[in-house]
Design a protein around this ligand. Structure first.
Ligand SMILES: *Cc1c(COP(=O)(O)O)cnc(C)c1O
Length: 402
């Protein structure tokens, strides 16, 4: 291995770059998780996460990847053979569906083309048709990390209300929380699933359930077996800041620091920053003459952009060239998008110049791979970043260099 100077550009849509402040916080001695110091840490992070989910309800933290929190949401609230309504928005929705099936749930999977979010009208139709109320939960992914398409959760909630259906609403916010506005209470979500390694700017290893009252009530009668994931076991000790088993103490130090950083910047500013970088990226893609996978502008993800390659060009070859020449990792096409797209992560600890560097690497890589593009993407993004007066439609205002 030859030495590569400078920082690696980790521009996959998770795990994201971990800020130095968070790395330093994690670099601490291990601690007594039954001692008094831990209770303070536990209380601070459990309380802090409520503000991120925008909930007044309980949040539990698992030493697990996001997949563990998917399982926790289902096993705490449902019983064997329960029907669950899910929507095929992409690879992560498909994986959650498979996990639900393996647990013995019966999934109605609304098919999708991987270029759109959840169709609320189809959810409403399925619920209205379910006169017996045998569907016990609607499970959707807020930000489909495999496609760069977001689903509008408030519309799904409205559809459920219009159908007057009592199913629980469960949402995967693993790649949106801390990057794209998310409102657990306001949107009437019953369980939200999240993970540490995307918008929260931490290494992988923590995941979360935000739990509404209705979900908590459902957990009292739900019959799927659960032990490690049991909310009851967690919520008791959590009241005094403790955990029923050894928590990932050093990651919690990191979480405390990340929560402080998000509070210092202000969540609304964090979301505005992501919106700006999302828009700049999309302008670059259009100026290259390439297509964004997401079709509906109202569903654009501000956390990542999936870029389609013209027929006959392999997206993974472009990624390989960029990694080899510029030491930058981009997201691969998952599932049926393999080779067709690459994904640019622009979430987490990220600023204008990180985006500029990222787009430069992509533009050079596309050219080196022989993809027919106009070398105008970086310029289009820079004009937007340097001049907030640039409007989405009209003629761009030129940056004036005196
Ligand atoms: C990353 C991700 C997951 C999977 O989380 P793991 O930590 O890999 O288990 C699930 N859903 C979405 C939307 C994701 O982005």
């Amino acid at each position: 291995m030859t030495h590569r100077s400078g920082r690696h550009f980790l521009q996959i849509p998770g795990p994201t770059n971990v800020p130095d402040r968070v790395l330093r916080a994690i670099d601490s001695p291990t601690m007594d998780h039954r001692g008094p110091d831990f209770a303070l840490l536990g209380k601070e992070v459990l309380e802090g996460m409520k503000a991120i989910f925008k909930t007044r309800g309980n949040v539990v933290i698992y030493p697990a990847s996001g997949t563990g929190a998917w399982e926790a949401a289902l096993v705490n609230t449902l019983s064997p053979g329960d029907r669950v309504l899910m929507a095929e928005t992409g690879q992560f929705a498909a994986l959650w569906q498979k996990l639900a099936t393996r647990l013995g749930l019966v999934v109605d999977f609304i098919p999708g083309d991987w270029r759109h979010g959840v169709d609320a009208a189809q959810v409403e139709q399925a619920l209205v048709a379910d006169k017996a109320h045998s569907i016990k939960a609607v499970c959707v992914v807020h930000n489909e990390t495999s496609t760069g398409v977001t689903s509008r959760i408030a519309l799904v909630r409205n559809a459920m209300d219009r159908a007057a259906h009592p199913a629980l609403l469960m949402v995967d916010s693993i790649s949106s929380l801390g990057s794209i506005d998310y409102r657990h209470d306001e949107w009437g979500v019953d369980v939200t699933v999240a993970g540490s390694q995307k918008g929260l700017m931490l290494p992988p290893g923590l995941s979360f359930n935000a739990i509404g009252d209705k979900a908590l009530a459902a957990s009292k009668t739900a019959k799927l077996p659960r032990a490690y994931w049991s909310w009851d076991e967690m919520l008791g000790p959590n009241q005094s800041g403790y955990f029923p088993y050894t928590p990932a103490t050093n990651l919690l130090y990191g979480l405390r620091e990340a929560l402080r950083m998000l509070a210092e910047e202000g969540l609304d500013n964090v979301f505005a920053r992501h919106a700006r970088h999302g828009e700049a990226t999309r302008r670059a893609v259009r100026a290259w003459g390439l297509e964004i996978l997401c079709i509906n502008p109202e569903e654009y993800s501000n956390a990542l952009t999936a870029v389609m390659l013209p027929e006959g060009h392999d997206a993974d070859k472009v990624r390989d060239i960029i990694l080899d020449r510029f030491d930058m990792s981009l997201g691969t096409g998952l599932g049926k998008m393999k080779g067709r797209i690459f994904r640019i992560g622009h979430l987490g600890d990220f600023n204008d110049l990180t985006l500029a560097g990222t787009l430069c690497g992509v533009e050079m890589g596309l050219q080196l791979a022989g993809v027919p593009i106009k070398a105008a993407g970086v310029q289009a993004a820079l004009e937007y970043l340097a001049n907030p007066g640039v409007q989405a439609a009209g003629t761009p205002v030129r940056v004036r260099i005196a």
